[in-house]
Design a protein around this ligand. Sequence first.
Ligand SMILES: [Zn+2]
Length: 228
Amino acid sequence: MLKFLPILLAVLYGVAMYHFSARRTRRDLDARSTELADPGLRRLTDRLAQALDLPRIRVNVYEVDAVNGLAAPDGRIFITRGFYQKYRAGEVSGEELISVIAHELGHVALGHSRRRMIDFSGQNALRTALGMVLGRIIPGIGYYLAGLLTSLLAARLSRGDEYEADAYAAALLTKAGIGTAPQKSLFAKLESWTAGRGGTTPAWLLSHPKTDERVAAIEALESRWKLS
Ligand SMILES: [Zn+2]
């Protein structure tokens, strides 16, 4: 029994850390966000709502400078102040910004957001817990192995989710009459900002698969839709 105590402690520690981290993220989102109130964007979100048979889609602005969009585990959609500024400055069109909202809606509709929280908050917890266990079994490389396993698992989980959210967004944007062109042109813009400013990669790109592969996946969908 005593032999398993360290493993039990490690698992408990991992669970506690996950809850703590998830709660902190939620509190930060609550404290630092307001509802998006932009008439131009509202017209576009209303078109998405209509395509989904919903009365409206509520979008929140999260007060951080990073260019990012996110779906909270409770289903709320956020875009960052940094992303909204890009739209206000004319660097991103309303349709392009809406394509991010459609993608995040996909994460919510397909039930990814809970798992994504595990990605962000739980990765460290899992790494620590697994490291404590493996470190005991294989001294020396146990911790390293735990890190490797955790990253592999997270990348696996999120990669599939991203393609699914892109496909959902492509279908929704098509149904709403906006089309997939802004989805693809936004990818190109995000890439060019990375290249142009000495490598400040927008946060939204960092957590997603390679741009050219995402565009190719959307185009494959479109050619399939044209055939049917
Ligand atoms: Zn995503």
